[in-house]
Design a protein around this ligand. Structure first.
Ligand SMILES: [Zn+2]
Length: 108
């Protein structure tokens, strides 16, 4: 079984003195300590809290690695049909009526 690679969660200036490379920040499995992978120095994983603090204060961590995130909640079952907007309450315009007593009255 291939060994899973710890995901890169950000970038950080290499912690080696004088090194100007930007290292990847990775986290050990099971929410373990952070470590750096520098293009120049390779894996930098000194034990101890000081290095963790160095990483935390220098790293640009990518927000929210979507590993332990729960699935997004499904949309709540709403109304099957959208409610139609209520009709505006204005009266229908009166149709134009022919005036009584027009010229046709004389025909009958
Ligand atoms: Zn380095």
């Amino acid at each position: 079984m291939p060994k899973p690679i710890n995901p890169t969660i950000g970038t950080c200036e290499c912690s080696m003195k004088g090194c100007t490379e930007i290292a990847d920040v990775r986290r050990m499995k099971n929410n373990g300590p952070l470590y750096l992978v520098c293009p120049e120095h390779g894996v930098i994983r000194p034990p101890g809290k000081a290095h963790q603090e160095y990483i935390l204060s220098h790293a640009n961590l990518t927000p929210a690695p979507a590993l332990d995130e729960p699935d997004p909640e499904p949309a709540p079952a709403g109304d099957p049909e959208p409610t139609p907007a209520p009709a505006p309450d204005d009266p229908e315009p009166e149709p134009a009526k022919p005036k009584n007593g027009g010229i046709f009255d004389d025909w009958f």
